[in-house]
Design a protein around this ligand. Structure first.
Ligand SMILES: CC(C)(COP(=O)(O)OP(=O)(O)OC[C@H]1O[C@@H](n2cnc3c(N)ncnc32)[C@H](O)[C@@H]1OP(=O)(O)O)[C@@H](O)C(=O)NCCC(=O)NCCS
Length: 177
């Protein structure tokens, strides 16, 4: 469990399935993401639980400390298809946008990664049209790698969500005194 000033990042629970499905039904949240059925949404929670057990980190469930409510996810996924690097990612319920929660959770996730994973860098991917997502990447100090733009192989050809852009942040170097 990771605690920030306003948030808790924690492993997923069965009780998260319902509020996660509610987010999944919100077209504003899913504008740049593949549409999911209820079964897909539950399967995504199952995958998060399994990855958490196997690796000790995942896109963690995100809870506000004051309200103790589930507001989405943020965290670090282990390397997997199609880019075999650690990935930071986020998805918040619409009512939780515009308050700096995603940034707060992402900064805590990066700090966790530098402290607990021996990786040189963390990457993030999104769709060019998803300005809120790549805006956050830039606020975090991530750098776009335009020569690594790619078509996501799990999105059908011709789908406007298929072209992806990639950002990366390098492990901070200790200051030389
Ligand atoms: C991408 C996403 C997580 C970004 O969320 P966000 O709330 O815009 O991002 P931040 O946490 O950085 O918040 C920034 C906003 O909070 C405001 N803010 C308010 N209080 C703040 C505070 N205490 N600290 C920092 N920012 C604060 C900022 O001014 C900024 O406002 P703006 O949106 O009017 O410019 C969110 O839009 C989302 O979940 N989208 C749908 C899912 C998705 O597309 N995921 C990514 C797939 S690749």
């Amino acid at each position: 469990m990771i605690e920030t000033a306003r948030l808790i990042l924690r492993p997923w629970r069965d009780a998260d399935r319902e509020p996660f499905w509610a987010m999944t039904c919100d077209p504003r949240v899913m504008e740049y993401l593949p549409k999911l059925t209820r079964a897909d949404s539950d399967a995504a929670v199952d995958r998060m639980m399994a990855l958490q057990d196997a690796h000790g980190h995942v896109f963690w469930a995100l809870e506000r400390k004051a309200e103790r409510d589930f507001i989405g996810f943020c965290g670090i996924l282990p390397p997997r298809f199609p880019i075999f690097e650690h990935e930071i990612g986020w998805r918040l319920a619409h009512h939780a946008w515009g308050q700096g929660y995603a940034r707060e959770a992402a900064e805590a996730s990066l700090a966790w990664a530098w402290a607990n994973l021996s990786v040189p860098a963390i990457m993030a991917i999104t769709n060019l049209a998803n300005t809120r997502s790549w805006g956050l990447m830039e606020r975090l100090g991530m750098i776009r790698c335009p020569n690594e733009d790619f078509d996501h192989p799990e999105v059908p050809e011709g789908d406007p969500l298929r072209p992806h852009i990639l950002y990366r942040i390098q492990r901070p170097q200790p200051a030389i005194t």
